[in-house]
Design a protein around this ligand. Sequence first.
Ligand code: HEM
Ligand code: ISQ
Length: 151
Amino acid sequence: MEFTEKEEGLVKESWDVLNKDLPLYSLHFFTQILEIAPAAKGMFSFLRDSEQIPQNNPKLKAHALKVFKMTCEAAIQLREKGEVVVSETTLQYLGSVHLRNGVIDPHFEVVKEALLRTVKKGMGEQWSEEMGNAWTRAYDQLASAIKAEMK
Ligand code: HEM
Ligand code: ISQ
């Protein structure tokens, strides 16, 4: 099914909201990941040695930002080209980083759920099922490209 301009707009609109307070939303994103899958803590170098999730940690913020941004870019590409195209260099890099850190396919569902909860928190009353579906479609395409590279 076609990814519409409306769906692209919903993703962009909510990305703008998250982008206005990255320290808050990147922390929330991580908190959700660990709430769903506590064992994931040991996978992240910037969490491994700390008791709790570090507040305003620059690495955490930068990483979360990339995930938000790449999903938003995936939405734009889906609308423009009907598919998500990630450069081969980026894919190879992401494939190897995730393999090296022990990421396996089911983890992608965890990160997706955490991402959706974060968008929902950011949007409050403006959250809609349609918005969630648009993020889901963009994320799923991006995730399958990374997963394929990890095979
Ligand atoms: C690292 C993106 C899914 C765990 C990274 C990095 C990016 C990224 C951009 C940083 C690479 C760097 O600059 O060094 C994504 C995207 C995903 C995804 C776009 C899905 C579409 C996942 C999943 C997991 C995961 C499902 C499993 C929990 C990690 C870990 C690192 C990492 C452990 C290394 C962090 C460190 O430096 O210690 N990811 N990721 N990622 N990701 Fe993901
Ligand atoms: C890296 N990969 C997946 C999810 C993430 C969430 C926060 C920070 C980094 C991440």
